[in-house]
Every structure is written in C-alpha cells, then in structure tokens.
Design a protein around this ligand. Structure first.
Ligand code: ADP
Ligand code: ZN
Length: 768
C-alpha cells in the first residue's frame, strides 16, 4: 500500500482540529524534527504544548515530559486522550498499582507521551524503564524551575540532568517556560546542557489581557459589584492572607455568589474538592491565596482580581496571566492600598530563608526581594501605561501607550507641585534624613500623633508647612519625587527618606515638578472620546455574534456542560468557548462540516460532532443564517485562520442581504417611538423570508453609528449609548428602559422621522 507522508499540518488538524500554527510554534517544531534542542519562551496561553506534542507524535520513540505540576499533568493527559492520543502520567497521585501498570504499558510502547514529576526520575523502576525504552525526546516544562535565580527554583529539577545522562542515547531536549529573565534563560541552557539550541522568545505581551490598578475606598464593595456584574463569568480573586480569603469568600457567598476558596489552611480533601468545583464551573468564582493556580489550566478564566498587591511583578504577571488562556479578552485588576506595601514588607521580613545558602547569598536574595517589592509598588502608583511597565520590567520594549489598560484609558491632568516639593525637601533635610515617609508627611501636615510628639517634630519650622494637604496627597507628591529621583528611600526595613544629589541640585535650580492626576470624572471623559476609546477596547469573540447567535451559543454551552457532566471532565476539555463561537459562525450540519471548525479534530468530531450538529440543525431549521456581525472574511480572520481553505459555512440556498422593495417599504407601520430592535422586527415582517435574510437591531445600530448619529462606549464592559447632536436632529432621543434584572438604564428611541430614514436606507430601487 502506498505510504502517505504525514506532515505536522496533518497532525495539527487531525488531532487538535487547528488549521494553522501560531507565531513561533512552527519554528520550534521544525527545529525539534530536525533533531535540534530547543528553548521556547512564550507567555501563558501562547500554545507551548502543541510545540512538543506535535513532534512527539512524529518522532519514532517516546516523549517524556517533565512537569512539576500534578494537576496540570492530569489535565494535559485528559486533553490528549480526548484528542485520541495515547498518553499517561506518572506521579504521586497514583497508587503503587496504577504506577506499576502505567510503567508496564509504557515499556510495551503503548504511550507516545508520558508526563512525569521530576522526583520520579530517580526511582529505580523509572530508571529501569528508561534504560530500555526508546526515548526520542525529553521535554522540560516550566523550565525556569531549574534556575536558582528564578523565583520558583525546584532542587528536584536538577535531577533531570542526571536522568538524561543514564539514557542509552541522548534524546532531543526541548525546554519551555513562560517567565525567563536573561539570567534565567542562560541558566536553563547551561544547566540542562542544551546543545546548540533554537532559542525562541515570542515576547511577553498578552494582547487579550486588560490591565488595571484601582484604589477603591472599599475593596469588598468593589469586588461584590464586579462579581455581580460579571455573574456569568469565571474568575479568580487573589488575597495575600488566609484570613482575607475566608472573609471575601464568606461575603460573596452570603450575597448568593457561587464561590469557593483555596488556601493552605484547608485540608487536602477540601482543596481538591474546591479546585474541582472551580474547574468544572460548578463554582465559577475562586477566592484564594497564591497557593492556588500552579498548574491550573482552566482556559476560560475571564478575570483575575488581586485583593492585595503581590510581592513581585513576577508573581503578579504569573497570577494575572491565568486569565484568558483561551486568547479571549479578559481583565486583570489589582486593588491597591498603601497598607499592602506594609503587609508585604512584613511578610518579607518574616520569610523563611533557605538554609542551603551562605549568609552572603541570603543577603543578596533579600535585597533582590526588596527591589522586587519596590518595583511592584511602582507598578501600582505609575500613571503611565501599565502594559508598557510590565514589558519593560521583563526586558522588552512596549508601545508607549497600549490603549488597553486603566492608565491609557484614564484622562490625566498635570498639577504643578513645585512649591510643595520644595517644602518637602526642606522638611526632609530639617529632620536630618532620619525618618520614613509617615513621619515626614505627618510633620508637614502638623499632625498631633503620639509618635510625632515623641520625636518633637513640632519644634521644626516645617511643622504644618503643608497643613492644607491631606496625608495621601503629600505622600503622592513624595512618590512622584522618588520616581523623578529627587528623593530616595533606603533599602532597609526603616525605609528612611533621603534627598538625592539631583534633589539638592533641583533645589538650586528653576525647574518645576508636575504631578499627573486622574481627572475626577473619567466616565464622562471616556464617553466623550467614545470613538477613540471604544475602537481600542478589545472585542471578545462572542461579541461578533448577534443576538440569535448568542442564543445558539448559550444552547451549545449547555450541551457542553451536559456532556462534561456525563463524562466527568471539565467543560473546556470538551470544546473551548472559542470553538463554540466558531460553530455559531460556520453552522456545521454534518460531522464532515464540523471538522472545519477551529478546535475540532477527528476524535472529537466522532465523539461529539453529531450532538452539536443536531443542536445546530434544530436551532436553525437547517437554514444557514448569518448569526454574526461583519463580513465572513473579517470574522474568519478574527478566529484562527483557515490554512486548508476548506469551504466554510457555504450557504445552501443563497439569500440576499436584507432589503425592502419600494412597495414593501410603504407598509412600514410607523409609530411615535421605537427601539432599534422593534424597528428590526417590523422590517423583518415586511420582507420575503424565502429570498431575503433577516436584519437585526444590532446591524441597524451599526448603520446609525456609521452615520455618526449615536455612539456606544463600554465602561469596563457596561455599554453606554449616547446620541450625537446630529442624531438629535435626525430624531433620536434617550429614554429609560428596564433590563431583565430590573435595573433601569438609558436606551435610544427613534421617532417617526428617524424611522423613515432607516426604512429608506434599506429600500432598494427607491426611484422606481
Ligand atoms: P501555554 O502552555 O503556552 O500556556 P497552551 O498550550 O495551554 O498554552 O495553549 C493555549 C490555548 O491555545 C489552548 O486552548 C490551545 O488548544 C490553543 N492553541 C494552541 N495552538 C493553537 C493553534 N495553532 N491554533 C489554535 N489554537 C491553538
Ligand atoms: Zn496602556
């Protein structure tokens, strides 16, 4: 029989259901297939797994994947099995019997991919197996754990090197990580002994994440509002202490939120149970300490809120990065308060130090920790683009303004605080640079605190020099002066504020100092600039669906939940949200057609295809409706692009886009006022359903916006509609409406004049 060569594209499509590789994936796969070692540095969600799973299926022998995270292993293996790939994991969560069985199967060559925990590598049974097996590749996941300079150093990772040495033939080594600074990168290559590797870093930027720092007066109220507003979505709330976790979780649960929690104070059983409730979407909201999340592969986490500031940018980016692994727009919000800095200082001071290190090393580590904390604090107080800050921290160059973070979306004004800054420096010098920020601010305010009395600060001439300012305001100016290097804080636990040389020179000179302050009324501003800001706010994939599309999407989601329950797997292992959206766009009716949907491979098509196509057939009555906005090309480009150029969603009985004949138009039942959806409804009654497609309210509203009669802004993600001056003249006006949940909001109404303008727009052969 003729042997067809199987390409990496075949594998990608057959098993994973994707049509093309993403940035970087192909380079790494090609290198591996040509026998080269690789190091892939790609952010979470970029698709590292495919980089070793695809070659693993093409190499002659077995691929051993070393991963520190037990839960992740289980997940990855389930996902592979779902895709029809033979894989197994071996770690301490299995019984001795199960391990023996897995080892036996492995020795018989039944698995192409085996996941193991690093500790497992030196056990006798694994060594026996490895000495006789044909291991083509060793993949090191979370490779930064091998570096002592990383923040997740795991001594057990050093065992990998010995393990590779005992193998009869040196395998290809592929290493992957999401976080690696220059030193860590060097370390990985050096310690693992990578041989002339292909090193590829795709960049840290996660375009689909929106970053925000907020300083709410009441964090609890903020969280409750946010969670209620996003009630259909899954999210994680991180707190720095167990006590906070308990409190926030209680509060949300009292308000009826399906919430669960995770911290080291819970029993193993409870932790396991709660984690599963979260992963299986039984409790879509998780409140947790940073003990939670390592190895959580839940792809549809829509938001990560930090109730407290973490200790470093590394921690923050890793935790926040658990949002939006599926590439859909998601939000990362940090709730900052000055107290967080103090809590973190305290935690650092009481951190247990690894006894393997010498005193000098420990001192160096402590200093690095301090530095990390201060960089984290600066992230919370910067007025510049947050994304740019993050990227710069990780050694990359970002754009000056990303347009998709809270600072880029805020309007700032600049206050001249030169006079105040001078008084601050005078005060610091007068107090002989022996105090921290609290004493200085208190002195300038002229406070009568016990501590201040003890220091006799009332005797100084600076006492009360800025009594008209609040304490936070003084501190804010001081932070700005530190950012501009006029002041600095000593790097010890006293954190004394001192004046730099630059600061002294500045006192002699004429230059001014400006403080960027958020304008109070951001909301109004954001709406005024609607065209600008809304263009920048990222749409999520499901936003491309019109209301009928969303209806179908919800039905498919329900079906997915049902299947997940039956099979006892997390819903996202059936299909991702993105795949469901693509189904709503392409409307596959057969098992063959469903293969053209992104994320549907052969195995899943066989297993689930029919149930989904049946649902779609019932919903659409076998008619290929258009359930999305925009042009097909546009939509397909925005989901992952089709390489094979298969016919997608080809319409059986091609209908014309919506329009009316002049005769039909005359029959429009004009009223004093209509909402846009009502106009759509009336228009649809007039059309000939056999030849003409439906029109939706959203489509009409897009026409209205293109005429600049109205605009729509999203504040967070709450839409706010506004009528322009031109719109008022055309007969549009705002009026109250009541939502399904009973809240009142403003929507746009159209008077008769406006109605006739719309009817005319959709009327063909107007002159005849
Ligand atoms: P990482 O390990 O880098 O965090 P994953 O390997 O978990 O990322 O991949 C993230 C998501 O992207 C998964 O849902 C995966 O199926 C999807 N994905 C990966 N590669 C592709 C591709 N070429 N086309 C479409 N989706 C992809
Ligand atoms: Zn920005």
């Amino acid at each position: 029989m003729e042997q067809k060569t199987i390409t990496k594209y075949n594998i990608l499509e057959k098993y994973f259901g994707y049509k093309s590789f993403r940035k970087g994936q192909e380079t790494l796969i090609d290198a591996i297939l040509s026998g080269q070692d690789v190091l892939g540095i790609m952010p979470t969600g970029a698709g590292k797994s495919i980089c070793y799973q695809v070659p693993a299926l093409m190499l002659p022998g077995i691929t051993v994947v070393i991963s520190p995270l037990i839960s992740l292993m289980k997940d990855q293996v389930s996902a592979l099995n779902q895709a029809g790939i033979h894989a197994a994991y071996i770690n301490s969560s299995l019984t001795e019997n199960q391990i023996a069985k897995a080892m036996q199967y492995a020795a018989e060559g039944r698995y192409k991919i085996i996941y193991v925990a690093p500790e497992r590598l030196e056990t006798q049974e694994f060594v026996n197996f490895a000495e006789h097996a044909n291991i083509s590749m060793v993949t090191v996941d979370e490779a930064h754990c091998i570096s002592q300079w990383g923040q997740d150093f795991r001594p057990s990772y050093l065992k990998i090197v010995q393990f590779i040495k005992i193998l009869p033939k040196r395998p290809i080594i592929s290493a992957f990580t999401a976080t690696a600074t220059e030193v860590v990168k060097e370390d990985i290559q050096c310690v693992l002994g990578l041989c002339n590797p292909e090193v590829l870093a795709t960049g840290f930027n996660r375009e689909n994440l929106y970053f925000a720092v907020e300083m709410p007066k009441k964090k609890d109220a903020y969280i409750l509002d946010y969670v209620t507003e996003h009630s259909s979505e899954s999210g994680i709330i991180y707190c720095s202490t167990r006590k906070n976790v308990d409190a926030v979780c209680d509060k949300l649960s009292k308000e009826g939120v399906a919430v669960t929690k995770y911290h080291a104070g819970l029993s193993n059983g409870e932790r396991q149970q709660n984690q599963e409730d979260f992963i299986y979407d039984r409790c879509p909201v998780m409140v947790a300490t940073n003990a939670f999340g390592m190895g959580i592969d839940k792809s549809n986490v829509r938001y990560v809120i930090h109730y407290n500031m973490p200790q470093s940018m590394e921690n923050y980016y890793q935790e926040a990065g658990r949002a939006g692994r599926d590439g859909e727009p998601s939000e990362c919000i940090l709730l900052y308060s000055a107290q967080d800095v103090m809590i973190n200082r305290f935690l650092l001071e009481n951190k247990e130090q690894n006894t393997e290190f010498t005193p000098e090393e420990r001192k160096a580590i402590r200093e690095r920790d301090e530095e990390r904390l201060s960089m984290m604090t600066r992230y919370c107080t910067t007025k510049n683009c947050l994304r740019e800050y993050i990227l710069r921290y990780f050694g990359e160059q970002g754009e000056k303004e990303c347009g998709n973070c809270s600072n880029c979306q805020k309007e700032f004004e600049e206050l001249d605080v030169t006079k105040e800054a001078r008084k601050i420096i005078e005060c610091v010098l007068e107090l002989r640079q022996r105090y921290g920020i609290n004493v200085i601010a208190g002195t300038l305010r002229g406070d009568n605190r016990a501590k201040l009395r003890e220091y006799h600060v009332a005797d100084y001439s600076s006492f009360g020099a800025l009594k008209e300012l609040t304490e936070p305001a003084i501190k804010e100016i001081m932070e700005q002066m530190m950012a501009e290097q006029l002041l600095f804080r000593t790097n010890d636990k006293y954190a004394l504020v001192k004046v730099t040389r630059l600061g002294r020179e500045w006192m002699e000179g004429e230059s001014r100092i400006l403080l960027k302050k958020a304008k109070e009324d951001n909301f109004a501003k954001a709406s005024l600039n609607s065209s600008q800001t809304s263009a920048k706010t990222k749409q999520r994939k499901s936003d491309i669906l019109n209301s009928r599309g969303l209806e179908l999407f919800d039905l498919l989601r329900e079906l997915r939940t049902t299947i997940a329950r039956e099979e006892n797997i997390p819903p996202y292992l059936v299909f991702s949200d993105k795949t469901l959206v693509d189904m709503c766009v392409k409307l596959p009716f057969t098992k063959e057609e469903i293969l053209s949907v992104s994320g549907v491979g052969e195995n899943k098509s066989k297993k689930y295809g029919e149930r989904f196509t049946n649902q779609i057939l019932t919903f659409t009555n076998g008619e290929k409706e258009k359930l999305y906005f925009g042009e097909v090309e546009e939509v397909l480009n925005s989901t992952e692009h089709s390489r094979t150029g298969k016919e997608n969603g080809k319409t059986k009985n091609a209908k014309q886009d919506f329009s009316l004949t002049a005769q039909q138009a005359i029959e429009f039942p004009y009223e004093e006022k209509y909402l846009v959806t009502e106009i759509a409804e009336q228009l649809n009654r007039l059309r000939d359903p056999n030849t003409t497609k439906k029109i939706t309210g959203a489509e009409i509203f897009r026409f209205i916006m293109s005429e600049e009669l109205a605009s729509q802004t999203f504040y967070g993600r709450m839409p706010k509609k506004e009528v322009s001056e031109k719109g008022v003249l055309a007969g549009l006006f705002l009026g109250p409406r009541i939502s399904k949940t009973g809240t009142e909001y403003q929507d746009i109404y159209y008077n008769e004049q406006a109605q006739s303008m719309i009817v005319e727009h959709y009327t063909r052969d107007k002159n005849s």
